[in-house]
Design a protein around this ligand. Structure first.
Ligand code: UT7
Length: 330
């Protein structure tokens, strides 16, 4: 079986910064509440760019970093829950934008676990020999999905995109183990409805049925508990699969949802908290984009060396959780 490595990373966030104080200007909230309950201090919010714009910019940077030309790509996978439209896919829009003329392209929905689900899917294509060079993107404009009058949700999210280029590795490095989990029984923890059913043959609708709208809603405390349980389960499973221990891990890159989830996960998983990378103070929760943005930041700041072992763990709507144990090599 072929091994699969990250050949390059890229990310892109909109320029416009929205601070907690900005939100307190029109919501009954405060910098103190948001920062102490979540760790978030500011987020980037799109003033006009859609998900495909952010995705294409992150993709371009990942290709440059990898030294790979767009025409060399065999597949583009975009993980998103906030596409520009149902059709065409964001991946097809990116394909056109970057000039990846030979690539197949499709979107994938696994909410905040999306980038990890995409990387595991891409790795399976490369391991099987079907494709060699794959671009995986996590991109979101969640700002268009939240109710900006609901202080319980809108303060949490931000817009952004992260991308990785995956290629075969000559050495036994790169992705050492992956683990994907889904629990549809908990689907009501996080929801973002699509179009309501509406056709000429419908049995008459109940007049009291509320109109379905495309607004994100969340059972925050249930998600919190699911997240911590997932991190513990993922850590144990991935370390066992790769025959490694907690001490072997250089960094844990969790989905950036809440600093308290990260603190609790560190305590429960037995990995020292300083190994958990944190940048949600500047970006908030960018769903499928967060792990890609974090990984790109670690790489560009020169914080990663060949041989470093990283745990990437996402959790989110579905409910889903996805993990990858990675040995960094460039
Ligand atoms: O990508 C995955 C998606 N989501 C997550 O990972 C989120 C996981 N959950 C969480 O991070 C936390 O549950 C939240 C940050 C969402 C909420 O924190 P909490 O400690 O669970 O707060 P709570 O929902 O229990 O609310 C406590 C109080 C409530 O007021 P009362 O009922 O005690 O008077 C809320 O109305 O805080 C109030 N509150 C706020 N107050 C000021 C909720 N949002 C705000 C706000 N500003 N923005």
């Amino acid at each position: 079986m072929r091994h699969v490595k990250i050949a390059g990373t890229g990310s892109y966030v909109p320029e416009h910064i929205v601070t907690n104080d900005d939100l307190a200007g029109f919501l009954d909230t405060s910098d103190e509440w948001i920062a102490s309950r979540t760790g978030i201090r500011e987020r980037r919010i799109s003033t006009g760019e859609n998900t495909s714009d952010l995705a294409a910019a992150a993709a371009q940077r990942a290709l440059e970093d990898a030294g790979v030309k767009a025409e060399e790509l065999d597949l583009i996978l975009c993980a998103t829950i906030s596409p520009d439209c149902f059709m065409p896919s964001v991946a097809c829009m990116v394909q056109e934008r970057i000039g990846a003329s030979k690539a197949a392209a499709f979107d994938l929905v696994a909410a905040c676990s999306g980038l990890v689900y995409g990387m595991a899917t891409a790795a399976a294509f490369i391991e099987s020999g079907m494709y060699r060079t794959i671009l995986v993107i996590g991109a979101e404009t969640l700002s268009k999905t939240v109710d900006w009058t609901d202080r319980a949700t809108c303060v949490l999210f931000g817009d952004g995109a992260g991308a990785v280029v995956l290629t075969p590795s000559e050495r036994r490095t790169g992705i050492l183990a992956s683990y994907l989990v889904s629990d549809g029984g908990k689907q009501d923890y996080l929801t973002l409805p699509a179009l309501p059913l509406n056709n000429s043959f419908m049995v008459k609708k109940d007049e009291h049925q509320p109109e379905q709208s495309s607004i994100l809603s969340m059972k925050g405390q249930d998600v919190f508990k699911f997240a911590v349980r997932s991190v513990v389960d993922q850590t144990k499973t991935l370390l066992t699969k790769a025959a490694l221990t907690e001490e072997d891990i250089r960094y844990v890159v969790l989905h950036q949802a809440n600093s308290r989830i990260i603190e609790q996960s560190a305590k429960s998983s037995g990995i020292s908290q300083e190994k958990f990378f944190l940048n949600l103070d500047r970006y908030g929760n960018t769903s499928a984009a967060s792990i890609g943005i974090a990984l790109d930041e670690l790489s560009r700041k020169g914080m990663l060396s060949d041989g470093d072992k990283l745990l990437l763990i996402g959790f989110g709507g579905g409910m889903t959780s996805g993990g990858i144990l990675l040995e960094w090599s460039r």
